[in-house]
Write a protein that binds this ligand. Structure first.
Ligand SMILES: [Zn+2]
Length: 183
């Protein structure tokens, strides 16, 4: 498990767990704690679609004071990795974001025959690709060298954000908080 905490203005105020080890193992020296503390989280997120997607999750978490969850893929060149992200409200409109590894397995890379376009959309959450037709899930594609992936969040992932536990601090039902499964 690893994660970070954000201020009300989405500045990174802390990291925890094996954050630095993960950064080193994945070649992300820019992601080391010493580099990111005090920085805006959104400075390190390139794609506009992913940024809007995360902004919406954070907004819902703060507004409803509820824990949000999402499954996403973060692969290395050799390994397919599935993570669960949990977003928890903190006092003063802060947020804690936890990442937990769910599944890890060797990556197969089938060829993609007859690619019609050099530009395509790739979901930043599940890595599904869209070449102009349906979203294609679960494969790595051997693409032409000029292929350009545009940032996107696919409809399945948009619909898959779920409250991880019942809303917090909601009167009589608050006693149930924390008993909900992550799914
Ligand atoms: Zn997706």
């Amino acid at each position: 498990m690893r994660g970070y905490r954000l201020t009300s203005g989405d500045l990174i105020s802390a990291t925890f767990g094996d954050w630095d080890r993960f950064a080193i193992e994945n070649g992300g020296a820019r992601a080391l704690t010493v580099q990111v503390l005090g920085q805006s989280l959104f400075d390190s997120i390139d794609g506009p679609a992913t940024r809007r997607f995360l902004e919406q999750i954070f907004y819902d978490c703060r507004r409803n004071q509820s824990v949000m969850g999402q499954l996403y893929r973060c692969d290395s060149p050799q390994v397919e990795r599935l993570f669960a992200m949990r977003v928890l409200p903190l006092p003063a409109s802060g947020i804690e974001v936890q990442h937990r590894l769910i599944r890890c397995r060797a990556l197969a890379a089938p060829a993609w025959p007859g690619l019609p376009h050099l530009r395509y959309r790739r979901c930043s959450q599940c890595l599904a690709c869209n070449f102009g037709g349906p979203w294609v899930v679960g494969h790595r594609f051997r693409l032409p060298s000029g292929a350009v992936a545009e940032d996107a969040v696919c409809p399945v992932c948009r619909g898959a954000v779920f409250p991880a536990v019942p809303p917090l601090r909601r009167g009589p039902q608050a006693a149930d908080a924390g008993q909900g499964p992550l799914r």
